[in-house]
Design a protein around this ligand. Structure first.
Ligand code: NDP
Ligand code: MG
Length: 386
């Protein structure tokens, strides 16, 4: 059988490295033909050596120059740089599937380029759907490409929905770990430092999403992501706190039956599911073992403790560009929090401030969305709290 040819955008990140584990295990089925990163060129070069990758892109010009100088890429690898090169990589003729695992809104253009070129997409990046969901879904339908959800909750829902027509679905229930402060009283959250917020009890992930998980902005982004991927209105999207992160989400059907997908808290399960879809093969790590006793707990989230979750619901209900504003303001808020410019509890305040200071058109074009994204970042970047 011909091997599936994979392009991996964001190869040096957390999802990137989980993807490489899957690729190592399934060399007979999967072939890595293109990789991209932002600036970590030595790591990217190493990946090109290990997997004999013919095409690579560094988004950052300076990193590209350093790589050229260091001569650390294999001579057979065609190395390019810049946003255009990233979009070109995502549309390579030979590619069967593009895994979008770059972080942030930067994922939108390459994802759209890949869809327009008729490539199936495995989507780890959620910000791009939050920003440009309407356009991405329209393009994917028009081109007849698959959008395979790699985010664990959405992958779980996707698996539970197989064989069930949309009119049988009552609601989707997304599980959330509650982040690293789920047992910290709200009154103590003003002491949270970047060091504390970038440690997660269950998952090993990049810094941005780890902070998002503490504030539950991550679950907010995922509600919006679920809305676009599965076409359900906010009234039919719920969140439940599940500290063990073993149940990755639920689908409730109109007759009251509920299906769930379970696996340990590691992204290799969802990544492999997407890359091999619709096939299955042995996983790269052991699954949940019921011979050892463990419990699974569930409780409703406290919206006062997690204002970002409420803000995301509100943004989804207002529609138009509100979700784009939520996303851009959150990205800047997290960067500023990590740079110690704002306090942990000011993250939701900065999002709220941005949402109330930008008027968003109801049916924004792609250009308008990018403009609103830029405008929001400027406001969120310069706002000073008293
Ligand atoms: P990381 O920060 O660990 O990695 C980000 C990757 O994207 C790196 O390879 C980075 O390159 C690259 N990158 C960043 N900006 C650009 C850019 N402008 N152009 C090209 N490449 C870029 O993030 P994660 O792996 O944690 O997350 C990736 C995405 O997946 C996010 O959208 C996140 O929300 C989502 N996700 C992550 C999960 C996880 O478990 N980590 C779970 C579910 C979803 P460099 O190394 O050079 O900076
Ligand atoms: Mg998730």
């Amino acid at each position: 059988v011909a091997r599936k040819k994979i392009i991996l955008l964001g190869a040096t990140g957390s999802i990137g490295s989980s993807t490489l584990r899957v690729l190592r295990e399934h060399k007979d089925r999967l072939e890595l033909i293109g990789v991209a990163a932002h600036s970590r060129h030595a790591e990217l070069a190493q990946i090109c050596h290990e997997f004999d990758v013919p095409h690579a892109v560094l988004q950052d010009e300076k990193a590209y120059q350093s790589a050229k100088q260091a001569g650390n890429f294999p001579p057979a690898t065609n190395l390019n740089c810049g946003a255009e090169a990233l979009a070109e990589l995502a549309t390579l003729d030979a590619a069967d599937i593009v895994l979008v695992a770059v972080v942030g809104a930067a994922g939108l253009r390459p994802a759209l380029a890949a869809i327009e070129a008729g490539k199936d997409i495995a989507l780890a990046n959620k910000e791009l759907l939050v920003l440009g969901g309407a356009h991405v879904i329209e393009a994917a339908k028009r081109k007849g490409v698959r959008l395979l959800p790699t985010d664990s909750e959405h992958n779980a829902i996707f698996q539970c929905l197989q064989g069930h027509p949309a009119n049988q679905v009552d609601k989707l229930i997304l599980t959330a770990s509650g982040g690293q402060f789920r047992d910290t009283p709200s009154s103590e959250l003003d002491h949270v430092t970047p060091e504390m917020a970038t440690q997660h009890p269950n998952w090993s992930m990049g810094p941005k999403i780890t902070v998002d998980s503490a504030t539950m902005a991550n679950k907010g982004l995922e509600l919006i992501e679920a809305h676009w991927l599965f076409g359900l209105e906010p009234e039919r999207l719920e969140v439940v706190i599940h500290p063990q992160s073993v149940v990755h989400s639920f689908v409730q059907f109109i007759d009251g039956s509920i299906l769930a997908q379970l696996s340990p808290p590691s992204m290799t399960f969802a990544i492999q599911h997407c890359l091999l879809y619709p096939d299955r093969a042995p996983g790269v790590e052991p699954t949940t073992d019921f011979r050892t006793a463990f419990s699974l707990d569930f409780k409703a989230p406290d919206f006062n403790k997690y204002p970002c979750l409420q803000l995301a619901y509100d943004a989804l209900r207002s529609g138009g560009a509100s979700a784009a504003i939520f996303n851009a303001a959150n990205e800047v808020a997290v960067e500023r929090f990590l740079a110690k410019e704002i306090a942990y509890l000011e993250i939701p305040k900065l999002i709220e401030h941005s949402l109330s200071h930008i008027t968003a058109p109801q049916l924004p074009s792609l250009d308008q969305l990018f403009q609103i994204d830029t405008e929001t970042r400027a406001i969120a970047q310069t706002h000073r709290f008293q």
